[in-house]
Design a protein around this ligand. Sequence first.
Ligand code: NAD
Length: 332
Amino acid sequence: MTKKLRVAIVGMGNIGNRHAQVYTKRDDCEIVAVCDIIKEKADKAAAAYGAKAFYSIQEMVNSGIEIDAASMTTAGVENGGDHYQATMELLEAGIPTLGEKPISNNTEEAEEMVATARKKGLRYAIDLNHRFTPAALKAKGWVQEGRLGELNMIMMRMWINNPNESSPWFHMRALHPHSFDVMQYFGGEIEKVQTFLKKGEGRKIWSNAQVNVMFKNGIIGHLVGSYDAGGSYGLEQLEVVGSKGRFVLQEACQHLTYYPRFSMETETFDFVGGMMHFNETFDARIGRWVEQNLAGAAPEEIDGSGYDGLKVQRVIEAAIESWETGKIVTVK
Ligand SMILES: NC(=O)c1ccc[n+]([C@@H]2O[C@H](COP(=O)([O-])OP(=O)(O)OC[C@H]3O[C@@H](n4cnc5c(N)ncnc54)[C@H](O)[C@@H]3O)[C@@H](O)[C@H]2O)c1
């Protein structure tokens, strides 16, 4: 029998359990350890997934249990404040780690996390799941084979309902790692940003955003984002426009349409690869992580890497600086 990937999950909240459900469905991996500082959560997960429960990462790594890779699914301030400590403990113990987004809500910490993985020669990835759908991969193929011609514009819209008021930058730092990552996946690195923000009705935080972007290769575009605009159909829409044609990708996986520039013959693909729902994006992303680990991929070959996670945080911090200064800001 081929080797199974022995997995640990740290942080058994909603998303840790979602990761667990993905691993459980696969026959090429097994969950050997679950860890949460809240004993009841670790115990409940251990019983559900047939794994050993731990109540701290140190206890887990010192136990001698053999772990091939970990999911790091803690949250914290701006959904990323707890990521640094937990990730560093896993990396320092030599464990390849798939972290949740944002890599961290603090870019200095994120730099250190990426540098530590590099220094130790470890695979380190972030759950930038939106770009791992079969529909996104199909669209990426079109771009690579030149079907769109020279890319000119990338427009991204992402909005959900989120009433959380914990930090002025919560919406920017917690939601838009996804949006900017998808934009950079298709357009390369973003070089300059210019931001306009609006607080939603009765809100204290910047819950609506318009960020104009210019990519290093000259492509232009924008992100429209909101924590006030969800509720009905239409969470996410990406449009990539080239000299020969354009595509529109809706809901990360559900509908992909190609519009040739000089013809009316559009092509629409619904639920590409059988993926029906956003929740299944976790299967695609985590599946790729499992496969790359089992194949012994080099750290620099990992898709949706820690470095990709760091690059989106740099864009987000530049976007915040642009709003605070009223200037166009170059991404560091
Ligand atoms: N990729 C996506 O599409 C997506 C979607 C939603 C949320 N997320 C991300 O998932 C992460 C988790 O979100 P959630 O809603 O499950 O959060 P949550 O608060 O429900 O769960 C986090 C868990 O981590 C535990 N924890 C904290 N520090 C720990 C430590 N040092 N060791 C062990 N356990 C620790 C907490 O006790 C808690 O049970 C967030 O970073 C969020 O941004 C990603």
